[in-house]
Design a protein around this ligand. Structure first.
Ligand code: DHB
Ligand code: FE
Length: 280
């Protein structure tokens, strides 16, 4: 049977992709940020997951305001990245795991999560940059992938409680899969940030650190926030915390911390990294 080894939640700011493309990891602005990922690289090298199931939010590359699914699951052989206008070289394509995707989709619909199924899906910076952060280097990707997109662009967004329950349903479905696979859950976005308007540059360190505590030991404590509260406390793009909650929902109640890292600022954001290992 498949086993979920743990989850990594990480920021996905496009500027990180620029730093990777330009080899700036050791520059003063970037060093502390990139050094935070070393412990995760060591853990991934030891655990060697086969598949990454990635909760992320599309920012307008694959879905736009004309059609915006609340939850969408990829079921493709490959997922291509493409130019979003950030000035980043496009990442190539990411290998899919369609049999696992369809198992997940069937299980989610049976659990009353009526997801949009995507047999073709472009994946944006919110998917590609975390992959490049977790598995740096130029070789082929060492994992197959299943993208799960959560709408954080067009209100109404799914609630924190709903995203946590989606993660729980994903966790149950993956652990009922009949292949001996090691699965890593990834959640991308955040932490507090706001890119536009009079609060552009808004960051809330106390709230972010509290969220990282609660995600580790008591994630349900975060499920009571409304999205309006999350916007107020974490900024309009800080709602990307929803992906962290979904990822945490897929883990067991008891987890151990592999790495926890927080860095201000990357671009206009508070960048966070939380890697949790599932209890046996
Ligand atoms: C930035 C942050 C994001 O989460 C994003 O998706 C795009 C840009 C930023 O801080 O520049
Ligand atoms: Fe984003």
């Amino acid at each position: 049977m498949a086993r979920i080894v743990g989850a990594v939640a990480t920021s996905h700011v496009p500027l990180i992709g620029k730093a990777i493309a330009c080899g700036l990891q050791a520059e003063p602005y970037w060093k502390r940020f990139f050094d935070g990922y070393r412990a995760v690289h060591e853990w991934l090298a030891a655990v060697r997951p086969d598949v990454a199931v990635v909760f992320y939010n599309d920012h307008g590359l694959n879905f736009f305001l004309d059609k915006m699914p609340t939850f969408a699951v990829g079921a493709a052989e490959q997922y291509r990245n493409a130019d979003e206008g950030w000035g980043l070289p496009a990442f190539g394509s990411f290998p899919g795991a369609p049999r696992l995707s369809w198992h997940l989709i069937e299980s989610l619909v049976a659990a009353e999560f009526d997801v949009t199924t995507c047999q073709e899906m472009l994946v944006d910076h919110a998917f590609a940059i975390p992959m490049a952060l977790l598995w740096p280097g130029s070789g082929p990707w060492p994992v197959k992938t299943v993208p799960i997109a959560i709408n954080t662009v067009q209100h109404p967004l799914p609630t924190a409680a709903r995203c946590f329950k989606l993660g729980q349903a994903v966790g149950r479905a993956l652990e009922a899969y009949d292949e001996d696979l090691k699965i890593l859950i990834v959640g991308t976005g955040g932490l507090s940030h706001q890119l536009e308007g009079t609060r552009a540059g808004f960051i809330n360190k106390d709230f972010d650190l509290m969220c990282m505590d609660k995600l580790t030991h008591d994630p349900r404590a975060l499920t009571g926030y409304s999205n309006a509260q999350l916007v107020e406390l974490a900024g309009s793009q800080g709602v990307e915390l929803l992906m962290w909650l979904a990822a945490r929902g897929a883990l067991h109640a008891s987890v151990s911390t592999i790495q926890r890292h927080y860095h201000i600022p990357i671009s206009n954001t508070a960048a966070g990294l939380l890697a949790l290992e599932n209890s046996a």
